[in-house]
Design a binder for this molecule. Sequence first.
Ligand code: UN1
Length: 497
Amino acid sequence: MTTPLICNNYINGQWKSAATAILESRNPANKDEVVATFVRSTTADVDAAVAAARQAYRSWRLVPAPARAEYILKVGELLGQHKEELAQLISREMGKPLLEARGDVQEGIDCAFYSAGEGRRLFGQTVPSEMPNKFAMTVRMPIGVCALITPWNFPVAIPCWKIMPALVCGNTVILKPAEDSSACATKLVEIFAQAGLPPGVVNLVHGIGEEVGKALVEHPNVDLVSFTGSSETGAQVGAICGRTYKRTCLEMGGKNAQIVMEDADLQLAVDGAVWGAFGTAGQRCTATSRLLLHREIKEKFTAMLKERTSKLRLGAGTDPHTDVGPIVNERQLQRVKRYVEIARQEGATVLIGGEIAGEEQLQNGYFFQPTILDRVKPKMRVAQEEIFGPVVALIEVNSFEEAIAVLNDTNYGLSSSIYTRDINRAFAAIRDIEAGITYINGPTIGAEVHLPFGGVKHTGNGHREAGTTALDIFTEWKTVYVDFSGSLQRAQIDNRG
Ligand code: UN1
């Protein structure tokens, strides 16, 4: 067992050890292993970080965007050099299998190279004026100090999605990572520090969401809050930001469905379902949590899915043989268990799994068996509420129209998928599905960083992370008119004779 990492706050270019209490982050595959200890920050720490970010903003916003982007390029290179070390840490701290942990870091690397390119674009528009001898254009302006509140399930990728475009656009940031991924956040910020960013441009404040996260969201000197997490917390964040006039970007829950039509390639659809439902132990906001199966293929598909699921190996993420890792903590484990009980009470049946893993070697971690719930009806709680675990609900549908209606019948709208060989249906699905992301013949997980990421309804508040749309989160438009006529020209009046 390795000695726990000591995770300090990073404020104004300095690592600050705790004046206050210390918290622990543990390996979910082995709860005796303390992966890291971290600071339980107070509002005084938040004040210090905000002040540092505010001060740094004065000069950072004036650094040319291509030069700001060069730091991000450097971060990308460093992430590449530390990829394996970071992946191991991700697996130990939040449990996902190494293969996926490497993907998590790779997503951060991809984001670095993509965002860095934006430093040489940040395009605005030039637009003709209705008046002679007058020039009109739009330019992107930074927002200011950004509080970035990130979850534990993509402990490198998600902070990168937020920090990198924020910095390229000329903002300064304070990262508040989830308690369960404090070590990963610390290592990531170490890499930003190594890239030589000026003090105060990136700050890190550890601690408890209700304390530190809340203090950041309420802080009068924070201009923007970007939050990824549950819809319940997101609604609270949004309410406070509304009251305090902050730009707010919310990425919240999902209840993603994969439709399998009667003409689908069933093997492909099963492969997609297994990966979408049980990858990251179902702990993705894009995870497949409902399978909408056409009645003609339901029996066959279900048998194939059950067979595949029975072969999945539960284990520590750091074990190369593991297919499905642990649930992140005891509270989440109990939540998953409770949902399976609710499903049973509502009349669903457990086809496979449904229990906390009984194997002796798994007793020291938070392992839940990959679970298929059958005979689920669209209105049941397990078909409506986000579970965030390795549980997938099977719902039988009679037609394409019914499949779309059931898919749309939730409060969420992040990811979605349809397996069909019918091009007409595929395009109708693209048009009619209410979700931010739709996959045709692919699972609901696996978004790429250069395309917009986010959802509709209770999943988001209209923003899209990643892609060029990230720039819309982290900049304000300024419209500029340059009148070089040398005389007063009154728009809408003088050109109307
Ligand atoms: C998340 O779960 O919040 O599309 C992000 C995917 C990943 C990102 C998931 N690239 O599944």
